[in-house]
Design a protein around this ligand. Structure first.
Ligand code: AHR
Length: 505
């Protein structure tokens, strides 16, 4: 007997969640492993430009249309002296880099990274060191990067060849300060105080900046969500965002449970949102705090290999996860989760961008290629701009080891009014069954399907390499709109992008 699984959604153009802030398609480059050296920068590579940046990597990053990139860390920033990375290269010191126990050559620093970000059309989300340093280093760095001139630090920038200020708008007040692994780890009260005072000083230097306070490093932290409550109690009026970080892995090789992990992310976002609103009420504040999910991804494949890395080497291959097809499905579901929370999540950074837990891999002095997770990230970044519309979903559900009532279907919809385009993003988590989805889109009746992209594979562990792209999307998805009823075939374990455009009758 055939067991045809069915699901329904109702999409109404008036059910608006919020305009999608394009910065949810941000990413992250840390001075870690081969992200910078061997990744974006490889001066001896045949594709190196006049500054030593790899043009093939620039091309791939541009395909992703990344609007903002966090820099320079990560754990790295908590031991970083930004002054080491500016001025003539020959004078820059080599340092023991304590977060990842490597040697940092400082060939690339703030100015070069700003140049590279310009080349890929991205803004920079800077982070200041609140681990080993504090208010003074942060305000000096901001004066160096953002002040026009006529002062010690801004004139120093000019003397380094950067006449115009970089005008970095978004700044993170430290990184994962709740984590005992962090250099200069703090209690929530210690962090809340230093974050508030640093924020005050930085906004005196440049009132136009936006600041992100550190939230919890993951949902498993014993201090979550008290950390957010205390931190925001100190900083509520000074900061603009609270950060969230989360990585998932399929440690137990349980795909059904693994693919459900964006439910944990959803819960994380809801809890942080509630905590923000509690502090808003407590402070009788008019301001609404927004969320910056500035580190997220799958991260587990490389954990064992990393234990074998020799300390005090230069840019070793750290955190080099080789992603498979099921990882791409979870990444797709995580992106859908951000779109479902477009009213509060205004920034998010896929961690990271090149080589280190990344959609783009390179060989030193060799090829560059797209990992499986490249595709859902690219699709949402390109087609997920506009207003997030709330789909009312009825889907069959399943229970897994950690989660109950997991809908097989994940769904988000984005309406780009000016371009008259509607895009649906769908994941089918069912390991063996196609799902027939009926989408009632009567308020988009004149819209017809122009493309149905599908990422599917019979092997959950299929991966891409420099030699072969085994996991790539195709455009043969099946969906048709008849009188406002969109019939969509959603293959087992698949990522789908259904693009509709208005056609005049
Ligand atoms: O992205 C890798 C690391 O993960 C970052 O340095 C740190 O912030 C997080 O723990």
């Amino acid at each position: 007997m055939s067991s045809q699984l069915k699901a329904q959604i109702v999409l109404d153009r008036n059910y608006k969640i919020a305009r999608v802030d394009e910065r949810i398609y941000g990413s992250f480059i840390e001075h870690l492993g081969r992200a910078v050296y061997g990744g974006i920068y490889d001066p001896h590579h045949e594709q190196a430009d006049e500054q030593g940046f790899r043009k093939d990597v620039i091309h791939l990053v541009k395909e992703l249309q990344v609007p903002i990139i966090r820099y320079p860390g990560g754990n790295f920033v908590s031991g970083y002296n930004w002054e080491d990375g500016v001025g003539p290269m020959r004078d820059r010191p080599r340092r023991l880099e304590l977060a990842w126990r490597t040697i940092e050559t400082n060939e690339i620093g703030t100015n070069e990274f700003a140049d590279w970000a310009n080349k890929v059309n991205a803004d920079v989300m800077m982070a200041v060191n609140l681990g080993t340093r504090g208010i003074d280093a942060a305000r000096n760095l901001l004066e160096y990067t953002n002040h026009p001139g006529g002062t010690y630090w801004s004139d120093l920038r000019k003397s380094h060849g950067y006449e115009k200020p970089h005008k970095f708008k978004t700044w993170c007040l430290g990184n994962e300060m709740d984590g005992p692994w962090q250099i200069g780890h703090k209690t929530a009260h210690e962090y809340g105080r230093i974050a508030k005072e640093t924020a005050k000083a930085m906004k005196l230097v440049d009132p136009d900046i936006e600041l992100v306070a550190c939230g919890s490093s993951n949902t498993g932290m014993a201090t979550f969500p008290e950390w957010e409550a205390i931190t925001l109690d100190h900083t509520y009026e000074e900061v603009d965002y609270i950060s969230l970080h989360q990585y998932y892995g399929n440690h137990e090789n349980d795909p059904a449970n693994y693919l459900a992990k964006n439910m944990d992310m959803d819960h994380f976002i809801k809890t942080v949102t509630s905590t923000c609103d509690y502090i808003k009420a407590k402070h009788r504040s008019k301001k609404t705090m927004h969320l910056s999910f500035d580190e997220w991804n799958v991260w587990y494949h490389s954990r064992e290999a990393d234990k074998k890395i020799e300390p005090w080497t230069i840019s070793p291959p750290q955190l080099e996860d080789h992603y498979n097809f099921e990882d791409a499905l979870l990444v797709g579901s995580m992106l859908i989760t951000f779109l479902q929370h477009a009213d509060r999540v205004k920034m998010a950074c896929l961690a990271q961008l090149v080589n280190v837990i990344a959609p783009i891999m390179t060989e030193n002095n060799g090829r560059a290629w797209k990992q499986t997770i490249f595709y859902p990230y690219m699709h949402t970044s390109i087609y997920g701009r506009g207003v997030s519309i709330k789909p009312i979903l009825s889907s069959p559900k399943y229970d897994s080891k950690e989660f109950t009532d997991v809908p097989y279907i994940d769904c988000a919809a984005v309406f780009h009014e000016e371009n008259e385009e509607l895009t649906l993003f769908l994941v089918n988590k069912h390991l063996s069954e196609t799902i027939h989805l009926n989408a009632d889109i009567r308020s988009f009746e004149e819209y017809q399907v122009v493309e149905h992209l599908v990422l599917e594979n019979d092997h959950l562990k299929a991966a891409n390499t420099a030699e072969s792209q085994n996991v790539v999307p195709h455009a043969n998805g099946e969906s048709t709109n008849e009188g406002g009823q969109l019939q969509i075939i959603v293959p087992k374990t698949s990522w789908n992008v259904i693009r509709l455009k208005k056609f005049m009758m």
